[in-house]
Ligand binder design. Structure first.
Ligand code: FMN
Length: 239
């Protein structure tokens, strides 16, 4: 199986440590590709909306985004990590997610995403890990992913792993391992089940795209939906 990891920080700190604990379960059974933010996606979205209106290849960051996207689409499991920064995902993670606005369901979602599995790992000192995970989950779900596992941790003592009590280290390790074992037990020969919420979002966007395509057959998003067969009877999910 293939795993693609998007690290929301370059720091080899607590987030990194928890991600390594998570990946340990997969080390001898998966091909793992990792990206570190902001290094691997250093540019901000400038708001030119070229990706949406003219195509993703017209983005100034197209080369870097395209490479990461290919890796995300190839993956059986996507892992996204971030510490909480002022109650949210890191700015680097937000900048990364902004570049994928064109892949939100109201635009041109990738059919591969509907059968994919993802995991989000976030942690914080006291509070904010949950809202940081929510930031990421919001994008992943609008990309079409239904099966999203979430780990959120609160360090409650120090932000340096080695300064945490043994009890706290053991608690975090146990919880991350529990999640990784659960995710490793998934049957990756089959696409993940697409849930009702995702299907509802798809049908809502379909109504919009149908009308947009009727009014302007050259409008990129509508054309894409028509080409996928989604304005007819084809659906991006298998189950
Ligand atoms: C800029 C910044 C903002 C942070 N904001 C929060 C916060 O809102 N709530 C919180 O509990 N911890 C906060 N933290 C702590 C981090 O979430 C995290 O626990 C800490 O950076 C250790 O993780 P790391 O080694 O992966 O960076 C913040 C840290 C930084 C550097």
């Amino acid at each position: 199986m293939k795993i693609t990891v998007i690290n929301g920080t370059e720091k080899h700190g607590v987030t990194y440590r928890l991600k390594e604990i998570f990946l340990a379960e997969f080390r001898n059974k998966a091909e793992i590709t990792e990206y570190y933010l902001p290094k691997d996606c250093p540019s901000f979205c400038t708001g030119c909306v070229n990706c949406i209106l003219k195509g993703e290849n017209t983005c100034k960051a197209a080369e870097k985004i395209g490479k990461i996207e290919k890796s995300l689409l190839d993956a059986d499991l996507i892992v996204m990590t971030s510490p909480a920064y002022v109650f949210h995902a890191t700015g680097a993670m937000k900048a990364f997610l902004d570049h994928f606005a064109f892949r939100w369901m109201p635009h041109r979602p990738a059919p591969e995403m509907f059968g994919k599995r993802a995991v989000i790992l976030t942690q914080c000192l006291g509070q904010g890990a949950k809202s940081a995970a929510k930031d990421i989950k919001h994008s992943l779900s609008w990309w079409g992913i239904s099966k999203i596992g979430v780990f959120t941790g609160a360090l409650m003592g120090d932000i340096i792993w080695d300064k945490l009590s043994e009890k706290k280290q053991a608690e975090l390790t146990r919880k991350v391992k529990k999640l990784s074992q659960k995710i490793a037990n998934e049957d990756y020969t089959k696409p993940a089940h697409t849930n009702l919420v995702t299907k509802f979002k798809f049908y809502f966007c379909r109504v919009m795209q149908k009308s947009l395509h009727k009014n302007d057959p050259e409008y990129l998003d509508g054309k894409y939906w028509a080409q996928q067969g989604w304005l007819g009877s084809v659906r991006p999910w298998k189950n």
